[in-house]
Design a protein around this ligand. Sequence first.
Ligand code: 4GS
Length: 164
Amino acid sequence: MLSPQGRKLDFRLAEDLAQYSQIILICGRYEGVDERVIQYLVTDEISIGDYVLTGAEPAAVVIVDAVSRFIPHVVGKAESVRHDSFYDGLLDFPHYTRPRDFKGMKVPDVLLSGDHRKIDSWRQKKSLEKTSRLRPDLLKNRKFSSEDKKYTRGSKDSKERQER
Ligand code: 4GS
């Protein structure tokens, strides 16, 4: 059942749910669902965030979308799912498409170099920088490689700033 008192949805829960062949999502409206339904029928309560909807249907849509990406072949490349935000504990790196130059804003040269080791290392660096700037909480329990450490200086400061 979808409910604000449930376990908060994140990528881990979405991936877990993708293992089931069937899921029934129960959506309450207004005051919710009769307590006896919850007691006798509901196995899990899931929340999509700390706010109250008038009906849980949009929350069900969110679950269907986030869970189905973990089902093989729903997303064309399994690799994209693995490289998405959160999956390796980091936010996604920036993406670029054509044209190479848009009003003077250029696609970084490294991405056009064809050197895939350099590209991977640039992406890792950008992911770490972005995560440390926007979501330092995600880095709290991370084991950093020595290369990682170069990119995340200042993340402790931004964490402290956020907590204040
Ligand atoms: C949520 C939520 C929710 C609660 C449905 C009041 C109508 C409403 N469901 N995550 N009754 N947040 N449900 O607000 O899942």
